[in-house]
Write a new protein. Structure first.
Length: 869
């Protein structure tokens, strides 16, 4: 055998070996282990899997091929679990422990509602990645997790409790930690413990953890790139050591109480030369912006909104040439912003700057260097005060918000051309006039808010994708015919339509067949005539119908009963007649506001109306209703307990624009309640009819009524003795009836009462003594046979039948009218309010709540809070 053949033979053997090895590797990727398969099956058995996502987990096939399972292809051991967003609930079986090589476990975004994180997870020694975020786990984080010494990524964001963080010091390999949402307020050791975190950490998220201090241990995380402490209660200046974290790329400190001068804070941050994202919104930073800004060359996202930053916007902003999003809304900036400020902002796409006192001065032929998608300039002063011509160059615009900017002029025809993909345009509260050109947009859905201007001419046609349209409070005239009846065949997306307070005339056209998405239809305060058209019965989604203050007439048509989701029906101030139909009670069971005020209805109040258990505002005043008040009033259960869970949020459009309101007459004045407040007003008005008989004692079970008006009727008998149970009453008018007997002594318990009228009845005896009743004017009692203060008639015969009542601390309140009224409803009520608000905020996707400033649901909710608290 010569050398050559040996070599050849050796080579061919080697080749064969290599080939077979390759084949083995490729094809004989080891099947999964029998005991691991059993473990997987046990794991599956204990899970609830509503969408059968684990259907592949069955049979004798290779379990490495099962959904979400990744094996090591050499050993066949299960290595990774990718089970995010599977809607799982149920239990987690400890059989997982038999997967001894598991290094990656992702169970995020599932639904383990109410379950604690199982402590045995701490025995999965090989884990390097553990993600349980948003899986609805609750309770304590088990300290056993500290045994996961190889763990590099730990994401527990959710709603967890922490008593001690000692265990975290076991995680010596940790690079990424997210405990957002965990309640750390009980973990007294967290400040110390964060000091023990390894310097490996690159990413540290503790938003909404109830922190009062900034964890000093962060100073030693010299590799930190992402720091997120949003939504805590940290009250300090920005600590100096922060400026030493040279690798920091993203710093999010929004929603805290950081204070200090913005200029030195920002100036010193320039040492962070890799910084691309800086969010400091909703803190207490003050002072003026300075020119140091231009050191942030790399900055891409800057959010300084809702602080107390004053002074002008320095021109050096223009040097932040990488800036993509800039938010300075809600400060007290003043002065002029000119096109110079934008010279180098070539990459700017989102600019939010509402709520300052800024003036924008641009020349009509300016060609901006940027292409914006979002431009929010609410409340600015535009110079010249017209819609800027340069907007035409912004062909990517999605959001254009310029309400209350004092702009005048007409809507140019180019508005819809240059930006036909607009999704949101708000030009309301300006001085725009003239005709509005037809609105043809290409975007999937869009909201057009142009109310409170001085437009005239006929209504524009709108493309079928428009979702919200507000053209209220202008001078549009002509009929509604072309608006509703053009292009009949095409289904329309329109869901919220507000055309109230215009000069529209003619009939409401019978063309609603293709408007099936309408949820809010507001045509109030126009000059409309005729009947309610039959095709309104096609609006099966309709939730609120406002037709008040027109010249509509006829009987209420039965086809309205198909609109079973109606919550607000306001037909007041028209000429409707006939009887109040029974079907209102039996079909419109969601009604919360029913106003038939000032029409010509006659006959009895149908007892079927008592089926409306959700009713909060019932106004039948100024009609010709006769007969007795129904005794079944107690069935209006919304007036007997707090039930605002579903307040009036159903009329929220995609971006949260809420056009909803109702009018309530109380204390002799008409008050408009909008948005959230509406859900909290409870009122009954049957005044100015010919209702006779006694006031049913059942009325007093409606203990949350704030306003009751039964005046100008033929009511007789006594005031119900338990009227004092209606302890939230602020306004009570029983005047101009034939009530007799004494004033119920319990009435002196009505401590919130601020308007009372019992005049012109046949009441006798002494006015019960309490500072409350005595504080009213004599006119509240005249026209009776009453005696005692505040009347000047002495009760000669002080029989003592009216026991004096201890003085009350509270005077009457005027809250019902001025929007602060719900403060009068006490802490319990406030709690209810906040839990509604809170759950609303929480139920919105976080991404919507926190990342999109133009999101007006948040804007408006915050507006309500700011306005009213
Ligand atoms: C893996 O699963 C897919 C479908 O889920 C199937 O088509 C394929 O045959 C399976 N392969 C093995 C080796 O079981
Ligand atoms: C295992 O298989 C995957 C593809 O299924 C491949 O990307 C990976 O390189 C393989 N690993 C080994 C060690 O063979
Ligand atoms: C692990 O597997 C073994 C053998 O199949 C079994 O006896 C044991 O019960 C399993 N452990 C768990 C926790 O399921
Ligand atoms: C954890 O899972 C969530 C949702 O699947 C994901 O958004 C997040 O980035 C993951 N966390 C980490 C650190 O990978
Ligand atoms: C886990 O850690 C605890 C201390 O936190 C220790 O007592 C226990 O022995 C550890 N368990 C395992 C299995 O290592
Ligand atoms: C940072 O680490 C050093 C030593 O490693 C230690 O002395 C110091 O206390 C740590 N600083 C903080 C704020 O934890
Ligand atoms: C910024 O640095 C200057 C001097 O370098 C210092 O006086 C000032 O206090 C620092 N500001 C903050 C907020 O740390
Ligand atoms: C009270 O309302 C319910 C539900 O609408 C209805 O079924 C019932 O008949 C009503 N009771 C009275 C006494 O009107
Ligand atoms: C007033 O009450 C007295 C008896 O208390 C009765 O005689 C008289 O008719 C009543 N007047 C009216 C107008 O109802
Ligand atoms: C005083 O009140 C009592 C009980 O209400 C009554 O019986 C009596 O007649 C009254 N006396 C006079 C003088 O009105
Ligand atoms: C996964 C893999 O590489 N499969 C291979 C197994 O071997 C056959 C031929 O024997 C190939 O066709 C497959 O692609």
């Amino acid at each position: 055998m010569n050398m050559g053949s040996t070599v050849v033979r050796f080579l061919s053997i080697a080749t064969l070996f290599t080939i077979s090895l390759l084949l083995c590797n490729a094809n004989l990727s080891a099947p999964c282990k029998q005991n691991e398969r059993q473990a997987l099956l046990k794991f599956k058995h204990d899970l609830e899997d509503p969408f059968n996502q684990l259907s592949s987990w069955a049979g004798e096939g290779d379990c490495c091929n099962w959904t979400g399972v990744v094996c090591n292809n050499l050993t066949g051991h299960v290595r990774e679990f990718h089970l995010a967003e599977m809607s799982f609930s149920g239990k987690i079986n400890p059989s997982l422990l038999n997967l001894t090589h598991l290094s990656y476990l992702d169970l995020s975004i599932n639904n383990f509602q109410g379950m604690q994180i199982p402590s045995f997870l701490g025995s999965l020694k090989s884990l390097r990645y553990l993600n349980l975020s948003d899986s609805m786990f609750v309770g304590l984080i088990p300290h056993q997790l500290g045994n996961l010494t190889s763990l590099q990524v730990l994401d527990l964001s959710g709603d967890l409790e922490v008593e001690s963080l000692e265990w975290i010091s076991g995680l010596s390999q940790l690079q990424h930690l997210d405990m957002s949402g965990a309640n750390l307020s009980k973990a007294s050791d967290w400040l110390r413990v964060t000091n023990t975190l390894p310097s490996l950490v690159e990413s540290f998220h503790m938003s909404a953890c109830g922190l009062y201090h900034i964890p000093g241990g962060i100073a030693n995380m010299t590799n930190l790139k992402f720091l997120n402490l949003r939504y805590n209660s940290i009250s300090s200046t920005i600590p100096k050591w922060l400026y030493r974290l040279r690798h920091l790329q993203s710093l999010i400190l929004s929603y805290n109480y950081f204070h200090g001068e913005i200029s030195s804070s920002l100036g010193n941050l320039t040492s962070l030369c890799k910084l691309t994202t800086l969010h400091m919104s909703r803190n207490n930073l003050n002072g003026q912006l300075t020119d140091k800004l231009d050191h942030f060359e790399k900055l891409r996202h800057l959010d300084l909104s809702y602080n107390s930053i004053s002074g002008p916007l320095p021109p050096s902003f223009g040097n932040l040439s990488c800036l993509e999003t800039l938010s300075i809304s809600g400060n007290i900036l003043t002065g002029v912003v000119s096109q110079l400020h934008f010279t180098n902002l070539r990459r700017l796409v989102e600019f939010y700057a509402s709520g300052n006192s800024l003036t924008l001065e641009t020349t009509p032929h300016w060609l901006p260097p940027f292409q914006l998608t979002d431009l929010v300039l609410n409340d600015w002063h535009l110079e010249p005060s017209e819609l800027p011509m340069w907007l035409q160059s912004q062909t990517q615009l999605r959001v254009l918000s310029m309400p209350n900017t004092r702009i005048s002029g007409t809507i140019p025809t180019w508005l819809w051309n240059f930006s036909s993909q607009l999704e949101y345009i708000d030009l309301s509260e300006n001085k725009l006039y003239g005709e509005v050109p037809h609105i043809f947009l290409n975007s999937q859905s869009s909201e057009i808010l142009m109310g409170s201007n001085q437009f005239n001419g006929s209504l524009p046609l709108v493309s079928s994708t428009v979702w919200t349209l507000d053209l209220s409070n202008s001078s549009f005239s002509g009929t509604l015919f072309h608006f509703f009846c053009n292009n009949k065949s095409e289904p329309k997306a329109l869901s919220i339509l507000h055309l109230g307070n215009n000069l529209l005339s003619g009939k409401i056209p019978d063309c609603f067949r293709n408007w099936k998405n309408l949820e809010t239809l507001n045509l109030e305060s126009n000059n409309l005539i005729g009947n309610i058209p039959r095709s309104l019965g096609y609006l099966l989604s309709l939730k609120s119908l406002h037709l008040r203050n027109n010249h509509l007439h006829g009987e209420l048509p039965p086809y309205l009963k198909k609109c079973t989701y109606l919550t607000i029906l306001d037909l007041s101030y028209n000429k409707f007649l006939g009887k109040i139909p029974m079907w209102i009670g039996s079909s419109l069971s969601h009604l919360r506001v029913l106003s038939l005020r000032s029409n010509q209805f006659h006959g009895h109040i149908p007892y079927k109306l008592c089926d409306l258990t959700s009713l909060q505002i019932l106004d039948l005043a100024h009609n010709n209703l006769s007969g007795r008040m129904p005794r079944c009033l107690y069935n209006f259960t919304a007036m007997t307990r707090f039930d605002f869970g579903s307040a009036f949020y159903n009329n929220v459009s995609s971006d949260g624009y809420i056009i909803e309101n109702a009018n309530v007459v109380t204390k002799g004045r008409e008050v408009k309640y909008g948005r959230l407040l509406l859900g909290m007003v409870i009122s009954l008005d049957l005044s100015d009819n010919i209702i006779s008989g006694e006031i049913p004692k059942e009325l007093t079970s409606l203990i949350y009524l704030q306003s009751v008006n039964l005046s100008y009727n033929l009511l007789s008998g006594r005031i119900p003795p338990k009227i004092g149970d209606m302890r939230w009453l602020e306004s009570l008018d029983l005047s101009m009836n034939q009530l007799c007997g004494q004033i119920a002594p319990s009435m002196s318990r009505l401590t919130f009462l601020s308007a009372l009228n019992l005049s012109y009845n046949n009441l006798t005896g002494e006015i019960p003594k309490s500072t409350q009743l005595q504080s009213f004017d004599q006119s509240s009692f005249i026209g009776n046979k009453l005696c005692g203060p505040p009347l000047e008639v002495n009760c000669s015969n002080t029989n003592g039948t009216v026991p004096p009542v201890a003085d009350q601390k509270h005077g009457g309140s005027d809250l019902l009218e001025d929007g602060w009224f719900y403060l009068s409803l006490g802490l319990g009520f406030l709690f209810g309010f906040w839990s509604v608000l809170g759950s609303l905020l929480l139920n919105l996707p976080w991404s919507i709540v926190f990342s999109r400033f133009q999101n007006s649901i948040v804007k408006k909710l915050c507006g309500v809070i700011v306005e009213h608290f």
